[in-house]
Design a protein around this ligand. Sequence first.
Ligand SMILES: *[C@@H]1O[C@H](CO)[C@@H](O)[C@H](O)[C@H]1NC(C)=O
Ligand SMILES: *[C@@H]1O[C@H](CO)[C@@H](O)[C@H](O)[C@H]1NC(C)=O
Length: 454
Amino acid sequence: MENSQVAVVMVPFPSQSHLNQLLQLSGLISFRGIPVHYVGSATHNLQAKLRANGLDDNTMAKICFHDLPTPPITTPEPNPTLDKTPIHISPAAEAYMNFRVPIGKLLQDLSTKASRIVIIHDLLLAEVVQDAVSIPNAESYAFNCISALNLFLILWEKVGKPFRVGEELEALPSVKELVPEMTIDFIASKSQNFKDRAGDIHNTSRLIESTYIDLLARKEIRGNKQWAIRPILPVKPGSNESSRHKCLEWLDKQAPKTVIFVSFGTLISLSDEEARDIAIGLEQSKQKFIWVLRDADKADIFAGETRRIELPIGFEERMEGLGIVVRDWAPQLEILAHKSTGGFMSHCGWNSCLESFTMGVPIAAWPMHSDQPLNAILIAEILKVGMVVREWTKKEEAVKASRIKNVVERLMASEEGDKIRKRAEELSTKIQQSMEEGGDSSKELDSFIAHITR
Ligand SMILES: *[C@@H]1O[C@H](CO)[C@@H](O)[C@H](O)[C@H]1NC(C)=O
Ligand SMILES: *[C@@H]1O[C@H](CO)[C@@H](O)[C@H](O)[C@H]1NC(C)=O
């Protein structure tokens, strides 16, 4: 049943986790019979399609992709310095800044065909959809790809902390100590015209962040509707036996909760020295591991060769039976869902956090940039479902192998680690219950859909 009353236009930011989140949301909306238009450069639309996990061909075929023209996108090499802010993808972000005119045209065109246009844009791309305000039957929603905690604290500090927020939040360090000023200004500037918007959508669960979502809704901050549409994940991912990744077969042979999964997402570039320290730390911890070791995505993932990160000579041979290094695309969600996985060393990107919370895997937090230091606090201090590897107060220093060994041992093989793991499992049980049909978070998506099709 096509609902031609409403058309949805998705405007994702061009980096993997952002592209995928809006693609997944496109799938959920299109599944309900509402036409979805997904806009981007040809390169990034292709990236989103090729890496779409969990979306079947049928759903994909229903989403209408619009390849918008961009000037050539340069692809600087990711720079493996200690400061991991992914400035190497800024040429892609800049290219997307040209989309205001073509998106305006698309909206005009659709507005004559559907009775309502619903624009869901990445928070970071507020500028390119600003012409929506001049279309009477259009309304726009910002999709927030970071945690509600981050967004709230950034905006609350930026407007001068206009109200009290309770002891727990007030005791946290100022966001200025956690997030570079450039990032704070960037996010705050994207929020300037928020009064033009009908609401914000968060990929989070009220079980984790209801306090911050309610605070965001206050009139001094947003003053509009906030929707927390849960991390929508397949509870038992990976049913296709014939396409299972070899690391899952290796996991099958390990004892329950004995393997630590190490992965730093798609935008982090480790130096050979950092990789060496991780290798030594893992080896000395004597814990089993799966380590995904890939260089960061470039602004255009199809351009040129990817640097191969070097490991100490003989490391992989010595680790045979104890751990494996994966250099291609790894099925993160299936690894986290696997019964043998008992820990996750992560950069604390919001997607990884959500996946780990949902699958009940405690986190060894190694925040790298932007929203990640605050996510590490959420993990280790607020939810208490992990411990910190990289302390942000020491961010000017490289993390030493001895520190890595110590945290891995504590997380995987100590009473302290077991307690944390138990809390992570309890949180996961609650989240999974709320994901079921009729659970709290599935209701919120239903209510969003009901709202836009009202
Ligand atoms: C929310 O985040 C999870 C975890 O990364 C992701 O798998 C899911 O697709 C996202 N949902 C939406 C609607 O973007
Ligand atoms: C399972 O994966 C294989 C290999 O990628 C593919 O050919 C097959 O169609 C998949 N089966 C299902 C049911 O998705």
